[in-house]
Ligand binder design. Structure first.
Ligand code: FAD
Length: 419
């Protein structure tokens, strides 16, 4: 958790608190060192966190290196404390980008470095899915791998260096094109006007769909590779659900921190969705057990998750096992609710359709108003582009998202010059 001798933010709270998990996850993704104190008794709460007990409503508490103390701390307050919660400085931008994963960050770097007045809006922390990856090993130029959080933080700095404005913890909820300009509405009512827009909202983890799943979120059930939690579950039994690369990376990361790991995989082979180098490493790790053809069918616990029920779909055997750590890496659902409402054509899976894929037997979409075909990576609304995992037919890789983010800017320039 402590990446260096840099002063750390201290977080005090209780293990079952979803608010504490969000804060740890946000700081981890933002590459900010923190020290977590899991308060176990009223006495410890009083002496260490200076509150009356474990049920004191002032928890969680964050203490910053400058001595500032936040009570009932939230991610929003932390964003403000870090100076990252901003309001737009302009009435109008050349380009608004929604989503600060690799695609959005890359678009922001290229756009701002090429002189476009650029604003990047992110509903949570920079980095997107990549920000939750403990180690990206196939990204060009990093032969030893790089943590997704570090890659994202470097990109954030780079985008800011070139003058891009970044609004964190702000969600785009609705969009429309008025008089040829994109108007984005954020959840807090802020309105962003831009001559061109990019949808880089990526995908979010699929849920298990179990009745009490939400209750255990952050209190035993986690979505993603859980890079911020690895140190906390040292030497404990961790379950990772999923058979893709993110699940494989998570399993190896937990095993590397000394946990015993059980991978729960629905398919009958690890090779179905996992890269070969990860399959080999998983098989070589004595700490990782793989349950094929298996699903989690029930969750049970009190303030935190205590037990899960597993079922083998081949034998129909069901059994209960104890664990407080369940990491769900179940593949993605595109974040395009607002794009669809704006009239942007999406495919049956909800992914945004762009460029030549919009043409049907050479004909342009019905709502297309210009006397030219949509540019590559342009959506069915002129001047609105899409890049990265959110796009129909995209390659789900960090480098592809970065490439698409950069490439979109060439078409944004063309649109701004010629329409
Ligand atoms: C655990 C894990 C490990 C991975 N490891 C690798 C790897 O080793 N190598 C590799 O090549 N790829 C890897 N990937 C895949 C890679 O991370 C993705 O392909 C890449 O992040 C996609 O980038 P993106 O910018 O298109 O979307 P995302 O990364 O999904 O980012 C989208 C961003 O948009 C934000 N957003 C969504 N809706 C809104 C809204 N309405 N308003 C504002 N913001 C919004 C989200 O919060 C998010 O930050 C991994 C993925 C995961 C989950």
């Amino acid at each position: 958790m402590m990446k260096s001798a840099q002063p750390a933010v201290r977080i005090y709270g209780t293990r079952g608190s979803a608010a504490c998990y969000s804060i740890r996850d946000f700081l981890h993704r933002s590459d900010i060192p923190f020290r977590w104190t899991d308060l176990a008794t009223d006495e410890q709460a009083s002496t260490e966190a200076r509150v009356s007990g474990l049920d004191d409503a002032r928890l969680p508490i964050c203490v910053f290196p400058d001595g500032a103390r936040l009570e009932r701390a939230t991610v929003r307050q932390i964003t403000e404390k870090l100076g990252w919660f901003r309001s737009p400085s302009r009435e109008e931008y050349d380009l608004a980008i929604y989503g600060a994963g690799p695609a959005g960050l890359s678009a922001a770097v290229y756009a701002s470095s090429e002189g476009l007045k650029t604003i990047l809006i992110e509903r949570y922390a920079v980095g997107g899915q990549a920000g939750s990856s403990p180690k990206i090993e196939n990204y060009l130029g990093f032969p030893q791998g790089i943590s997704g959080a570090e890659l994202a933080e470097r990109a954030r700095e780079q985008a800011c260096h070139f003058g891009a404005e970044i609004l964190l913890n702000r969600e785009g909820v609705r969009g429309e094109v008025v008089a040829g300009k994109g108007v984005g509405y954020l959840a807090d009512g802020t309105k962003i006007i831009a001559r061109a827009s990019i949808c880089a909202t990526g995908v979010d983890y699929r849920r298990l769909g179990l009745p009490n799943e939400h209750r255990f979120f952050g209190a035993g059930v986690y979505y993603g590779a859980g890079a911020s939690e690895a140190m906390l579950c040292e030497r404990q039994h961790v379950f990772v659900v999923g058979g893709g690369n993110s699940a494989g990376q998570a399993a190896l990361h937990f095993a590397g921190s000394g946990s015993k790991v059980t991978m729960v995989v629905r398919e009958n082979s690890l090779k179905a969705y996992l890269s070969e180098y990860l399959v080999d490493r998983i098989h070589a790790s004595p700490q990782i057990e793989v349950l094929l053809c298996t699903e989690v069918i029930a969750l049970d616990g009190d303030q935190i998750l205590r037990k899960i029920t597993l079922r083998n779909n081949e034998t129909c055997e069901e059994w209960i096992t104890e664990t407080c750590w369940l990491f769900l890496c179940l593949g993605g659902v595109p974040q395009t609710q607002w794009a669809a409402q704006a009239g942007i054509i999406c495919d049956s899976g909800g992914y945004v359709v762009t460029g030549p894929d919009l043409l049907r037997n050479g004909s342009r979409p019905d709502n297309w108003i210009l006397d030219r075909d949509p540019y590559t990576l342009e959506t069915s609304l002129p001047g609105v582009f899409a890049a990265g995992d959110v796009r129909h037919g995209s390659i789900k890789r960090a480098a592809s998202a970065v490439g698409e983010g950069a490439m979109t800017i060439a078409f944004v320039h063309r649109y701004l010059e010629k329409g």
